[in-house]
Write a new protein. Structure first.
Ligand code: HEM
Lengths: 672, 401
C-alpha cells in the first residue's frame, strides 16, 4: 500500500493546511514536476547559454532576439520561471516527506501483532495447516525457526489457545525512502547556498548594477563591485605573468560585476607542457597568495588542471589561459594608393588600440590576441589530414570611424600549402562568422618583399604603360602606335588591380554585347596575364634575378595574381605582418567560495545510501499463528510486503516449502 | 553463518548454499583474487599514489565479492587474465622491460608476432569481441526460433568469450598506451572509442547476470542487438575515423576520478539499454497476443519485473556516477554543477527514470506504457551519451565525433 495514495482522514482543524500539504505531496504533482524540470532543462542545452548578446542578435534577428530575451532563454538556469518549477519540486518533495515520514518511522519499529485470524487468511500469500500431529509448543518452535532462518525479527504474543508471532524484516527500506527524499531537499538547499540568489537580490533592490562596458578596472563604478565578505561566489580572472589581482569577475548575462577578494594573487609563471605530438599535456601556474593582514607570510603553490589550491576556504583553479599583453613588432604594408606595397614598422602590445590614418581616413587597430602555437589539420601529399603547427599568429581588428570592424588573424611565418610557402591571413566581417583566407606567396627568402614590390609596381601607371608598350611593340606594332589601345589596356590592368576580375567583368559587361562576353573576357584575361607577366620579369631582373620564367616563377606569378584578386575582398587598408614578439601569457583562474558544497556532498551520501536501501532491502512482514486443534496444532502463516514484486512471491513460496519441511505435512491450502 | 549466507543468496535470487566441494572452490577463488591483488599492490606500490592504491583495493574487493556470489565471473576473470598475460608476455618478449618503444616499434611487433596479430593485441582482441557479439545475436535468435536449448548454450558461450576478449583488449590497450609513450599511458576509458567497448562489455555482463538468474536465454538476442549497434558504431569509428589510434589524455581528463566516474556511468547506460530491449520484447509479445501455451518469450509479468530490476540497478549506479561526476567537476572546473550540457543531460536522464520508478512503484503502473517509456528512455540516454557530444558544445572535452 503506497503511503502517498492513502487518503488522509481527519478533516477537522487545520484541514486546509493539510489539503495543501496533500496536494503538494501528491504523487501526480511529483511526477509532473519531475518531467517538467527535465523538459525545462533541455532548453538550456540546446541554446548555448551566456554568450555575448551580440551573437544572439546576429543569430536570431532583432525580433526573436527580444522574444528569447524576455523568456530568459540566454540564462535559463537562473531564470525566475525555471527556478520556480525547480523550487516547487523541492517543496513537493519536502511535503511528501513530511506527510509520509512520521508514519513510516512509526511503522519501522512496530510489529503488527493485532492482526486477526481472518485478516491473515485474507492475505494473498497465506497457507494453513488445520491439523498438525504435534503439540502447539513443538509447532511454535518449528515455525519460529523458519522465521529466524529467513532473517525475520518478531514479537511473540500469547493468544487464546496458542501463540502469535508477528514478524518483520527489511524495515530499513523505509529509511531508504526518507534518506532519498531528504537528500534531494538537502542537495538543493546546498546548491542554493552556492547560487547567485543573493546577487540577484542585490541587483533587484538596486544595490548592484551590472557593468556591460569593457573598461579598465579603475573605471568600474562602486555599484558594480561586491565586497569580499560575500559568502559564496564563482568567478574568473585573467592574470598576466608577473602581475597580481585582488579581484574577480562574475559574468552576469551580457556583462559582469567585480568581486573583491580578501587577498591578492600573483601569477609568477604560467606553463603549457606538450606531448611529443604537440598536444597540450598540462597547464600550470605558479602562484603566490598574500593576505594583506599577514604580508610577510605568503603562500606559494603550483596549480594545474585537476589540482586546485585550497586557501582559507577559497578554491583557486586553473581554468584557462590567454594572452597577458605580449609585445609585438609589426610591419604595416600599405595596400592602396601610390604607397601600396611599402611598409612602416609598428610596435604595440596585445589589448592595445593604435589609431592610424590612411589617406584621410581614420582607423583604429585593436590588437586582440597573440597565439604562439596554432595546430591545424592540413592534408599531406597523400591527402590524409595531418596536424600541423602553423606557428605564431596575431589576432586584431580594424575599426573605422563608423564603428564597423573586421577581424583578422595573421600568421607570422609562411606555411607550406600544396608545396608552396604562403603567408596566411584569415578575415571575417562578423563576430563568429566564417573565416575567409588570403594567401600571399612567400619568395625565395621566405619574405613578402617580392610580392609587395610587384604589388607596388602595379600601382604605378608609368610602369604599367611601359609593359603594355613593350608587349604591343612585339605582338602588334601597328596598335602600339595608337595611344587609345595602350590606354585601354592600362585602364584594364588598373581595374583589375583595384577591383579584381569582378571589376574587369563588370566593365566588359557594360561595353560588350552579351553573346560576345565570354570571348571578350577570355581575351582580356590573356592580355592582362601577358602584361603582368612582363612586369614580373622586369621586376625580377631589376631585383637581380636573371633566369626568370621557370615553373617556380609561373606559380609565384599565378599565386600573386590570385592574391591580388583576393585583396579586393580583404577590406583592410593595410596588411599587418608580425616581425617579432615577446610573449607574455596570462593564466585564467577560477576562484570559488562555496559554502554549500559540503551540504551538497552530505546530501549526496544520503542519496546514494537511500537509493540502494530502497532498491535492495526487501521489506516484508509475516504472521505465524499457532493454536490448539482437536488433533494437535493448527498453524496459519502469511507473508506480505508493501512492495508487490515477483521476488516477494517467490520468497513466500520458499518459506512455505521450509515450513513443509519442518512440519512434515503439506498445508491444506496454497494460495497460488 | 550458513543461515545468513542463505538469506543473502535468496535475496540475490541465487541457488541455496553450495555443498562443501563448492565451498572449497569459493574459498580458492577468494584466495586467488586476494593473492593476485596483494601481489599487484606490492609489485607496483612505488608507482601508485594513494588514490590508485584505493582504486586497486576497491576493484579487487569488488571482484572477489562479485565472484563469490556469481560463479560465472570466475571463469571470465581467469580467461581475461590468461589473454592479458599472453599479451603482456608477447610484449615482454619483444621489448624486454623497456617502458616505452614508440608507435612504429609497437606496430611492427603487432604485425610480425602471431599471438599479437591474431589474438591479443588490443586491436585484434576488439575485433574478436565484435565478431563474437554479433555472432551471439544471430545465435540467440536462432535458438529462440528453433527452440533449441543447445544452440542457446552456444550463444551464451559466445557472449562470455566476447566479453573476455573485450576486457582483455582493454587491458592490452592500457599496456600499449604506455608502450607508445610513457607520457601517453592511461586507463582506456578516455574517449568514445574506448567507452563503446566498455559499454558493450558492461551491458553483456549485466545481461549474463540476469540470464543466469532468471534461467532464460530468450532475451539474449534483443540485448545483443543493442550491443551489435554499438559494435557497428565502433567499427565505423575505427575504419572511417581511425579512432582506435591511441592518443594522449587532454589535461582535463588526467585525473583518478575518471577511473571510477566513467565505469559507474556505463553500468547505468548498460542497464538502461537492457531495460529498453526488454521493453521491445515485451511490446512484441503483447502485439502477438500476450502470454500463451508455447511461448517463445518469457511471461509478460517476468519481463516487466526484469525491466524494473534493470532500471533500478541503472538508476542506482547512475546516481553514483553523476555524484562522482559532480565531485570531479568541482576539482577540475571549480564547481560541482555548471549546467554544462553533459551534466544537464545526466540530470534529465535521471529525472526521467525517477518519474518511471515512481509511476511503477507508487502508482502501480505496469505493462505497455512502462515498456514504451523504457524504450523512449533509451533514446534520452543515448542522447546524453552521444548526442551531447555530437550536437552540443560544453566543457566536456570528451570525444567529439
Ligand atoms: C527530485 C524528486 C524525487 C526523486 C529523485 C525521487 C526519487 C525516488 C526514488 C529513487 C525512489 C525509489 C523507487 C523505488 O522504491 O524503487 C522513490 C520512491 C518514492 N518516492 Fe520519490 N523522489 C522524488 C520526489 C518525490 C515526491 C515529491 C514524492 C511525493 C509524492 C515522492 C514519493 C515517493 C514514494 C511514496 C516512494 C515509494 C517509497 C517506497 O515504495 O518504499 N517522491 N523516489
Amino acid at each position: 500500500m503506497p503511503p502517498s495514495t492513502t487518503p488522509s482522514l481527519a478533516p477537522s482543524s487545520g484541514a486546509r493546511g493539510r489539503s495543501l500539504l496533500a496536494f503538494l505531496g501528491s504523487m501526480n504533482l511529483a511526477i509532473t514536476l519531475l518531467v517538467a524540470v527535465a523538459l525545462a532543462s533541455v532548453v538550456g542545452t540546446v541554446l548555448q547559454q551566456n554568450q555575448p548578446y551580440g551573437d544572439y542578435l546576429m543569430k536570431f534577428g532583432p525580433y526573436w532576439f527580444e522574444v528569447f530575451r524576455a523568456l530568459d532563454l540566454y540564462d535559463v538556469y537562473s531564470a525566475p520561471w525555471f527556478l520556480a518549477i525547480f523550487t516547487l519540486l523541492v517543496v513537493s518533495t519536502s511535503a511528501c516527506v513530511i506527510r509520509n515520514a512520521p508514519s513510516m518511522l512509526r511503522e519501522m519499529f512496530t510489529y503488527r501483532s493485532r492482526v486477526g485470524e481472518n485478516e491473515i487468511r485474507s492475505m494473498r500469500e497465506h497457507v494453513e495447516w488445520p491439523h498438525l500431529p504435534m503439540s502447539v509448543e513443538a509447532a511454535a518452535i518449528e515455525g519460529r525457526r523458519v522465521l529466524m532462518d529467513e532473517g525475520f525479527t518478531f514479537k511473540e504474543t500469547r493468544v487464546k489457545e496458542g501463540y502469535m508471532f508477528s514478524a518483520r524484516k527489511g524495515s530499513l527500506q523505509r529509511l531508504g525512502y526518507i534518506f532519498t527524499h531528504v537528500a534531494i531537499v538537502v542537495i538543493c538547499i546546498g546548491g542554493m547556498l552556492d547560487s547567485r540568489i543573493w546577487l540577484s537580490y542585490q541587483e533587484f533592490v538596486g544595490k548592484l548594477t551590472v557593468e556591460t562596458r569593457s573598461v579598465p578596472l579603475s573605471q568600474v563604478p562602486e555599484e558594480s563591485k561586491i565586497a569580499a565578505t560575500n559568502p559564496g561566489f564563482r568567478g574568473n580572472v585573467n592574470v598576466p605573468e608577473g602581475s597580481k589581482t585582488s579581484v574577480l569577475f562574475l559574468n552576469v548575462r551580457d556583462g559582469y560585476v567585480v568581486q573583491n577578494l580578501p587577498f591578492d594573487i600573483e601569477v609568477k609563471d604560467f606553463r603549457i607542457e606538450h606531448y611529443i605530438n604537440g598536444m597540450p599535456k598540462s597547464y600550470e601556474s605558479d602562484l603566490v597568495v598574500t593576505d594583506p593582514k599577514h604580508p610577510h607570510d605568503p603562500v606559494k603553490a603550483t596549480i594545474a588542471v585537476n589540482k586546485p589550491l585550497i586557501y582559507n576556504g577559497y578554491a583557486i583553479y586553473q581554468a584557462s589561459f590567454g594572452d597577458g599583453g605580449s609585445r609585438l613588432k609589426l610591419s604595416s604594408w600599405q595596400l592602396a594608393g601610390g604607397t601600396a606595397g611599402t611598409s612602416q614598422p609598428v610596435e604595440g602590445a596585445v589589448f592595445q588600440d593604435i589609431p592610424f590614418t590612411v589617406g584621410d581616413v581614420k582607423y583604429t587597430l585593436e590588437l586582440n590576441d597573440f597565439r604562439m602555437f596554432n595546430i591545424n589539420p592540413v592534408p599531406d601529399e597523400h591527402g590524409k589530414m595531418q596536424e600541423k603547427n602553423f606557428g605564431p599568429s596575431v589576432v586584431f581588428r580594424m575599426r573605422d570611424t563608423t564603428g564597423q570592424a573586421r577581424e583578422y588573424e595573421n600568421y607570422m611565418m609562411p606555411v607550406v600549402m600544396e608545396g608552396r610557402p604562403v603567408f596566411i591571413s584569415g578575415m571575417r566581417d562578423q563576430v563568429g562568422g566564417v573565416m575567409r583566407f588570403l594567401y600571399i606567396p612567400a619568395d625565395r627568402d621566405n619574405s613578402m618583399a617580392t610580392f609587395m614590390d610587384f604589388y607596388h609596381r602595379l600601382h604605378d601607371a608609368n610602369l604599367i604603360d611601359q609593359a603594355v608598350q613593350s608587349m604591343l611593340a612585339e605582338v602588334n606594332p601597328e596598335a602600339a602606335k595608337l595611344p587609345a589601345a595602350s590606354e585601354a589596356i592600362r585602364a584594364m590592368v588598373e581595374k583589375f588591380v583595384r577591383g579584381g576580375y569582378d571589376a574587369m567583368g563588370a566593365d566588359l559587361e557594360a561595353r560588350v554585347p552579351k553573346d560576345q562576353l565570354e570571348r571578350a573576357f577570355e581575351t582580356s584575361a590573356r592580355v592582362l596575364q601577358t602584361v603582368l607577366s612582363r612586369m614580373y620579369v622586369t621586376m625580377m631582373n631589376e631585383r637581380g634575378v636573371k633566369d626568370v620564367g621557370g615553373e617556380k616563377d609561373e606559380r609565384f606569378l599565378a599565386d600573386s595574381v590570385a592574391a591580388i584578386n583576393a585583396l579586393v575582398f580583404y577590406g583592410a587598408p593595410i596588411y599587418l605582418q608580425m616581425t617579432g614578439f615577446e610573449q607574455i601569457q596570462a593564466s585564467g583562474l577560477q576562484i570559488t567560495k562555496s559554502p554549500g558544497k559540503n551540504v551538497v556532498y552530505l546530501g549526496s551520501v544520503l542519496l546514494i545510501l537511500g537509493v540502494f536501501m530502497l532498491f535492495y532491502i526487501h521489506p516484508r512482514r509475516a504472521w505465524l499463528l499457532v493454536r490448539e486443534s482437536d488433533r494437535g496444532a493448527r498453524v496459519l502463516f502469511a507473508t506480505t510486503s508493501h512492495r508487490k514484486t515477483l521476488d516477494m512471491a517467490r520468497a513466500a513460496q520458499l518459506m512455505h516449502a521450509a515450513m513443509v519441511a519442518k512440519f512434515g505435512v503439506e498445508p491444506m491450502k496454497l494460495s497460488h | 553463518m550458513s543461515a545468513n549466507a542463505n538469506v543473502l543468496n535468496s535475496a540475490l535470487g541465487l541457488p541455496p548454499l553450495a555443498k562443501s566441494a563448492e565451498r572449497m572452490t569459493d574459498i580458492l577463488w577468494l584466495l586467488l583474487v586476494v593473492g593476485v591483488g596483494l601481489g599487484g599492490l606490492f609489485a607496483f606500490k612505488d608507482r601508485m599514489d594513494v588514490y590508485e592504491v584505493s582504486i586497486l583495493v576497491g576493484s579487487v574487493s569488488a571482484l572477489a565479492a562479485v565472484g563469490w556470489y556469481w560463479r560465472g565471473i570466475r571463469g571470465l576473470s581467469i580467461a581475461v587474465a590468461v589473454l592479458t598475460a599472453i599479451a603482456l608476455w608477447r610484449y615482454g618478449v619483444h621489448f624486454g622491460d623497456q617502458l616505452s618503444v614508440g608507435r612504429e616499434a609497437l606496430a611492427a611487433a603487432q604485425e610480425k608476432d602471431f599471438f599479437l596479430k591474431f589474438l591479443v593485441s588490443s586491436q585484434s582482441a576488439i575485433m574478436w569481441m565484435s565478431a563474437l557479439y554479433v555472432g551471439a545475436a544471430f545465435t540467440y535468435f536462432l535458438a529462440l526460433f528453433t527452440r533449441t536449448e543447445y544452440i542457446g548454450k552456444i550463444a551464451s558461450v559466445l557472449v562470455w568469450s566476447a566479453t573476455a576478449f573485450g576486457l582483455a583488449g582493454l587491458f592490452a590497450r592500457w599496456r600499449e598506451s604506455y608502450l607508445i609513450n610513457v607520457d601517453y599511458g592511461h586507463i582506456p576509458v578516455s574517449n568514445l572509442y574506448e567507452v563503446f567497448i566498455l559499454f558493450s562489455v558492461v551491458t553483456a555482463l549485466i545481461y549474463l547476470f540476469y540470464e543466469g538468474r532468471f534461467k532464460t536465454r530468450a532475451l539474449g538476442g534483443f540485448v545483443m542487438l543493442v550491443i551489435s549497434a554499438a559494435i557497428g558504431f565502433l567499427l565505423w569509428y575505427t575504419f572511417d575515423r581511425g579512432a582506435n589510434v591511441i592518443q594522449p589524455l587532454v589535461p582535463a581528463l588526467n585525473s583518478y576520478w575518471m577511473k571510477i566516474h566513467v565505469p559507474a556511468n556505463f553500468v547505468g547506460y548498460g542497464s538502461f539499454a537492457i531495460a529498453a530491449m526488454i521493453g521491445v520484447a515485451y511490446l512484441i509479445k503483447l502485439k502477438m497476443g500476450g502470454d500463451g501455451e508455447r511461448d517463445l518469450l518469457p511471461k509478460l509479468e517476468i519481463m516487466d519485473d526484469l525491466m524494473y530490476k534493470s532500471i533500478a540497478l541503472g538508476f542506482g549506479f547512475f546516481t553514483v556516477a553523476t555524484i562522482l561526476g559532480a565531485m570531479w567537476a568541482a576539482e577540475a572546473w571549480g564547481g560541482y554543477w555548471s549546467w554544462d550540457p553533459k551534466e544537464t543531460w545526466a540530470l534529465i536522464v535521471w529525472l526521467n527514470y525517477a518519474a518511471w520508478l515512481h509511476l511503477r512503484l507508487t502508482k502501480g503502473w505496469r505493462g505497455a506504457p512502462m515498456a514504451w517509456w523504457s524504450v523512449i528512455g533509451l533514446f534520452v540516454t543515448s542522447f546524453a551519451f552521444l548526442g551531447v557530444n555530437m550536437f552540443l558544445s560544453g566543457l566536456h572535452s570528451y570525444g567529439t565525433l
